[in-house]
Design a protein around this ligand. Sequence first.
Ligand code: 5AD
Ligand code: SF4
Length: 440
Amino acid sequence: MKTHIITYGCQMNEYDTHLVKSELASIGAEFVDTVTDADFVLVNTCAVRGKPVEKVRTLLGELRKEKGKRNLMVGMMGCLAQLEEGQQIARKFEVDVLLGPGALTEIGRALEAKNRFWDLSFREELTHHLPPAPQGALSAFVSIIRGCNHHCTYCIVPTTRGPEVSRHPDLILRELQALKDVGVVEVTLLGQNVNSYGNDQEGFPKFGELLRKIGEIGLPRVKFTTSHPVNFTDDVVAAMAETPQVCGYIHLPVQSGSNRVLRRMAREYRREWYLDRIRAIREAMPEVVLSTDIIVGFPGETEEDFQETLSLYDEVGYDSAYMFIYSPRPGTPSYKHFQDLPREVKVERLQRLIERQKEWSFKRNGRWVGKTVEVLVRGVAKDEQYAEGHSRGNHPVLVPASQARHPGLYQVEIKQATPHMLLGEVAGATEAATIPLLMA
Ligand code: 5AD
Ligand code: SF4
């Protein structure tokens, strides 16, 4: 079976693609790079906002046309597959295989089935999985917890991915050790809410404790995402500060700076709580790099509410931010109960927020000029004069390609900063990390 997989959405989806790929490889699938070469096209979908849903709809429309011309199987997985909205789309475009995010391990059975195979169940074995370590990769994702127990009124994810289920710590540690053994230098621990790791299982370590255990493996770089402010405990802060392998980078979505909006979003914390977490984080790690997610134009958001978001942005002084226009998602409480704001209002606020973010990113990135940072170089940049990579603080970094001919870890002296990236010169390589790749 020649298979081509197309992935939309977040890092969790990328990880799930990796899981499904390893399942498919174990039953002899061959992977191809284009739809034209494939007899099975699998689309890993996202449902978090309207835009990714539209992309999937367009793609499945094209795939149905292709199906009319030749023997082609089409599969759909990911968050959209779990929703009635997605299943309607799947019916319309004659999707053969449909697996919800909890049913990935059924892919083998799905392909053996003669007829249409749809499965929306949540299989426990998914969290017992130990995917093979990718060969030749320098960075990798590792899922530590699936699902989400929060109920933010705008969010479809609790519906699509179900409640929190933590993976067994032994399995996580084994996976990390295996990654280290094949030369991986950076891992990102994944979950919709990594900080609630262990809360659902008797006897599992809490997230802070898990971080300390992971530190002992000795991978050079450990990152994690995403965090919920409510679960960002003092112990998590302490564990980060005490574990040198853990990078000084935190993505802590705030969503809004207005308490009125936070309440309507059911975010469970208030502005003051959030700022106190930032204070604790900065006290323990003064150099920490901070990013966030913000939704602008949530139903009922007034100009005053939006000003509160801008002022919180200034108070924190984020290094970067992912900013979204509120997108009403069928099936969420805010879709049911609140009236969407006019598009012009939302777009105009987004533009103002982007301006604010650029000013701050420029200012924050400027602090690194003259300092030496560790950069994980991935390869040649679009502009081939440069090699590109990222710092421990997740800044994109460019260096002259002639100075970093191989992927790996380098010490880079930062010469210049823009709102979007840092530019530097290689001051040296972190040897242990470059060697495995040179041999690969
Ligand atoms: N509209 C806009 N943005 C959303 N997000 C989640 N749901 C919505 C929605 N309905 C954003 C949040 C979350 C990020 C992954 O996506 O900011 O943190
Ligand atoms: Fe998309 Fe959110 Fe699901 Fe990730 S978790 S695939 S971003 S809907």
